[in-house]
Design a binder for this molecule. Structure first.
Ligand SMILES: CCCCCCCCCC(=O)SCCNC(=O)CCNC(=O)[C@H](O)C(C)(C)COP(=O)(O)OP(=O)(O)OC[C@H]1O[C@@H](n2cnc3c(N)ncnc32)[C@H](O)[C@@H]1OP(=O)(O)O
Length: 394
């Protein structure tokens, strides 16, 4: 199960088991720099099956393990699943880059992006065994795409699919300062070819999306019309002024659909490179986003999809992490939530964004419409709509 996965990762990089030893463990890793490949061609190509892993989570047969995964509502804590997926993606990447001649890997492999998690089933049972499988499906020069599938036993013999996940991992030098080359990938047969092509298409889509970001360019014509009609809908028919705005029926201002939280980043949550574990950040962001969607919709929401979780900067141990969740788009029963996390330095009072998370939830009834008031909120709304369309309508 996953404690074995994490122990194996500690062995691969030679991570400290006690915080007091972490500086020495890091110093030992620095000496591995000379083992890094000078070019990608110096590394042997690997097959997809070289990185294939299967991990079982025996929730059905191990009641003690179940406690860690259980929600009050007798379902599985999805935040824990996010942590497991993250650890698995890292181990898959180390399996791809494995070099039998080395005792320890000189690579620091970090999570750069959770491209997508599609839920195939809303309920995850806390008392049935779970199986995770996955392997590398595409590589760049220093980045790796890993696809994972999770399924759960229903009858005694058959597994039913629960979710499909795509992560992008990036290889860095032992000090996590510079990018480092990863082994090329050699497809074998038409199935591998197809996965590789999808990986290539994913890479182009990510580039297109980031160039079209609303933080860089103006919204499209169609999006501008949406924003304007939202604005017209909020005008007060009595005064007809640009300034007096009224909330339409069955609606909530974006300003009133936020939830915030704070995490103090203790050594216990560190990853193998002595930064905060990406899975932990995802769990915390997911739980805050879920609570926000729950309070907004007035009932317990189910997760439909996770997309485009970007890990922009590592979070150092000891940081104060401010998490801010916002309902940014709604449609019928759906609630799109964005969680932004930033590190706050109380001494310099500086803020630095570390992550942005996008979650799509569904409620058991229609939810109120979320309405932007300012221009900035309108852009958040459009960004939420883009994410929603990408995950739900396609
Ligand atoms: C206790 C046991 C726990 C065991 C579990 C261990 C888990 C360990 C995993 C983690 O927890 S990692 C922690 C969470 N992740 C982070 O903290 C990463 C924070 N982000 C960063 O450090 C940088 O943003 C990152 C290294 C990911 C990228 O930095 P740069 O943008 O400067 O990288 P660069 O420009 O050099 O590009 C390097 C590669 O990354 C790719 N890349 C960068 N950002 C990307 C992105 N957003 N999407 C896709 N690819 C991306 C880029 O295309 C390129 O690939 P190719 O060489 O193959 O072309």
């Amino acid at each position: 199960c996953f404690s074995l996965v994490r122990n194996r990762l500690r062995e691969i990089v030679g991570a400290s088991t006690n915080w007091s030893d972490h500086q020495q463990a890091m110093a030992e890793r620095v000496s591995l720099s000379s083992m890094l490949a000078k070019s990608q061609n110096d590394l042997p190509a690997k097959r997809m099956k070289d990185s294939y892993l299967e991990v079982h989570l025996p929730l059905g047969s191990e009641p003690q393990l179940r406690e860690k995964y259980l929600t009050f509502h007798n379902t599985v804590r999805f935040g824990r699943i996010l942590e497991d997926l993250d650890s698995l993606a890292v181990l898959i990447s180390y399996s791809h880059t494995y070099n039998a001649a080395l005792k320890r890997s000189p690579l620091s492999i970090v999570t750069a992006l959770v491209d997508k998690i599609d839920m195939r089933q809303h309920i995850i049972y806390p008392d049935c065994d779970i199986k995770f499988t996955g392997h590398v499906t595409w590589v760049g020069k220093t980045s790796i795409e890993a696809k994972m599938h999770m399924s759960q036993v229903h009858t005694l013999t058959s597994y039913a699919p629960v979710l499909d996940a795509t992560f992008v991992m990036v290889a860095r030098d032992p000090e996590n300062k510079r990018a480092a080359f990863v082994n090329p990938l050699k497809p074998e047969g038409p199935e591998d070819e197809k996965l590789l092509q999808e990986g290539e298409a994913n890479k182009s889509r990510r580039v297109d999306l980031s160039t079209a970001s609303l933080l860089k360019v103006a919204p499209t014509d169609e999006e501008r019309k949406i924003v304007h009609s939202l604005f017209l809908n909020t005008l007060d028919t009595k005064t007809v002024s640009f300034r007096s705005r009224v909330l339409p029926p069955n609606s909530v201002w974006m300003e009133d659909a936020k939830l915030k939280g704070l995490e103090i980043c203790h050594p216990q949550e560190r990853n193998i490179f002595n930064r905060i574990f990406g899975g932990f950040l995802m769990r915390k962001a997911y739980e805050l986003g879920w609570a926000n969607a729950c309070s907004f919709g007035g009932c317990r929401p189910s997760l439909v999809a996770v997309d485009d979780i970007l890990f922009q900067k590592p979070v150092e141990i000891g940081s104060l992490l401010l998490l801010s969740s916002q309902v940014c788009y709604t449609q019928g029963k759906y609630i799109q939530v964005r969680v932004h996390s930033e590190v706050f330095d109380p001494l310099s009072r500086q803020h630095n964004t570390t992550n942005v998370f996008h979650f799509t939830f569904t409620s058991d009834r229609d939810v109120p419409n979320i309405i932007p008031n300012t221009y900035g909120e309108s852009m958040l709304y459009l960004d939420g709509k883009r994410h929603f369309n990408q995950t739900v309508e396609n």
